[in-house]
Design a protein around this ligand. Structure first.
Ligand SMILES: Cc1ncc(COP(=O)(O)O)c(C=O)c1O
Length: 335
């Protein structure tokens, strides 16, 4: 039975529903529908007190997160999604540009909070910027993988900040290329950087994200969220992962290799990706819906974006998964 209050926009990773729709047992699927790294970090032992006591902020999570992101302050939230939904509530009625297509929750949240939202393409930013109060950029973008240069983003930020505007940069997929992040600039007024813990560390169920911004904005968010937003076990796990530099290096290397291999595999089967980043590849073409269905009938789940007829393909975790994906691709070509 489905949770009666589950709802919202479509996302990758909703395997239970798909398993039902296609009549294939849950355990028989290869889920490539998300951009979550398929190699979850090892979990440290979780002390009983992490479950039994109310979490305290001086427990090391903040320091470990600041060290990892290279900042002196941030606000941990229960997934960057929590910040995506709350940030629009902190502004008076605004004109909000969302660089699109991108993660659909951004436009949705600003819209729901009563703001005027316009979805714009990269090419339209310069022309639209003078009329905007807020610009939202997912970087690298999900699902297209498009990357904006730091200098470009900072130039847009300067224009917006001059009149009390915001540049909101969602860096959910940037951990593999941290040199491209705006984290180090995030104390500038009007610049907000969102980071997601779940994707790079492969632990999306922990529900953790971090907001990097100037103190007054972090304070306003914290006031709205109230105490204990991150549960004790997640705090323990995240503090451990943020400090494990060797595992981070290994994760970066294997994601980069897998992403390249995925692009080559798709291209070898006539499906050369149009974009992508270290955690997924993105393909666009008239047959996206047919491909999605063809793969799903064989128990391989891709993420379909029906609106622009495109597919996002996540990384296989191991050789058996690579072989399975390659097998279905071959079948597609043969048919
Ligand atoms: C671009 C982007 N930002 C933010 C999120 C939210 O992630 P989380 O709440 O797990 O940090 C997602 C989830 O897929 C995403 O794709």
């Amino acid at each position: 039975m489905r949770d009666p209050v589950e709802g919202g926009l479509p996302h990758g990773g909703r395997l239970q529903q798909v398993a039902c729709d296609y009549g294939i047992a849950l355990g028989d699927w290869l889920d490539l529908s998300t951009g979550i790294a398929p190699w979850p970090f090892e979990l440290p032992p979780i002390p009983l007190r992490a479950w039994a006591c109310l979490p305290e902020t001086g427990d090391g999570l903040h320091a470990a997160a600041c060290g990892y992101y290279g900042v002196s302050q941030l606000l941990p939230v229960a997934g960057s999604q929590a910040a995506i939904q709350l940030l629009p509530r902190l502004r008076e009625h605004s004109r909000v540009g969302v660089l699109s297509p991108c993660y659909a929750e951004h436009a949705h949240a600003w819209h729901q909070a009563g703001h005027q939202v316009i979805e714009i393409t990269d090419a339209e930013v310069e022309a639209q910027l003078p009329g905007l109060d807020v610009l939202v950029v997912v970087n690298p973008n999900n699902p297209t993988g498009r990357l904006c240069r730091r200098e470009q983003l900072l130039a847009w930020h300067a224009v917006l900040a001059e009149r009390g505007g915001w540049l909101l940069v969602d860096e959910a997929f940037i951990d593999i290329t941290p040199e491209l992040s705006l984290a180090a600039e995030s104390e500038r007024d009007g610049l907000i950087v969102l980071r997601s813990f779940g994707k790079f560390f492969g632990l999306a169920g922990a529900r953790l994200g971090c907001v990097l911004a100037a103190t007054p904005l972090l304070q306003a968010l914290a006031d709205r969220l109230g105490p204990w937003t991150i549960n004790g076990p997640t705090r323990t796990v995240a503090a451990h992962c943020f400090a494990d530099i060797a595992a981070q290096q290994q994760q970066r290397e294997r994601a980069l290799q897998a992403s390249q291999r995925l692009a080559q595999l798709l291209a070898a089967h006539g499906l050369a990706p149009k974009g992508g980043c270290a955690l997924f590849q993105w393909w666009q073409g008239a047959q996206a819906a047919a491909l999605h269905d063809f793969f799903a009938r064989r128990g391989v789940l891709l993420r379909l974006f029906a609106g622009d007829s495109s597919l996002r393909v996540g990384l296989p975790a191991d050789e058996a998964q690579w072989q399975r994906l390659a097998g279905v691709l071959k079948e597609w070509v043969d048919e």
